[in-house]
Design a protein around this ligand. Sequence first.
Ligand code: FES
Length: 165
Amino acid sequence: MEFVLDATKLQSLIETHAGKVDSLIDSYADKKEQLIALLQDIQTEFNYLPRDVLVKVSQRLDIPLSQIFGVATFFRAFSLKPRGRHLVTVCLGTACHIRGGQRLVDKMERDYKVKSGETTDDLRFTLEAVNCLGCCALGPVAVVDGKYESQVTPDKLDRVLRSYK
Ligand code: FES
């Protein structure tokens, strides 16, 4: 099953921020060379770089869209896909996998309707599976917004995630 983000919700998110985005772009009108900083500001606003906003940047600042996408795809810190307010990283490295790491991913898929690499429909969580977080003895390991959780069971993950709105 594929989970698809609600395009209407995303569009309304962009429209809600339209005024702020316009003034943000305008504030870079005479410093186009600071494109990376502008993209960082846009990503701070939306947690990702919406295509419509990048088109607006291109038109208002007269920067080729190909150049903007070139920068946006070069740096790993930028995301062209919607991202949740919270990043959940689950380790599926060998040590964590043996101890049940996959059950955490299954739990996210079943109860939060999100697959690895995707974002929940309400933009609350983005799920990411990785191969080793370097603390194998603590496995299974999950990290939420940079906070490490050890010996995570599906129930524990649920309890932890409840505090992230
Ligand atoms: S395998 Fe999970 S932290 Fe190393």
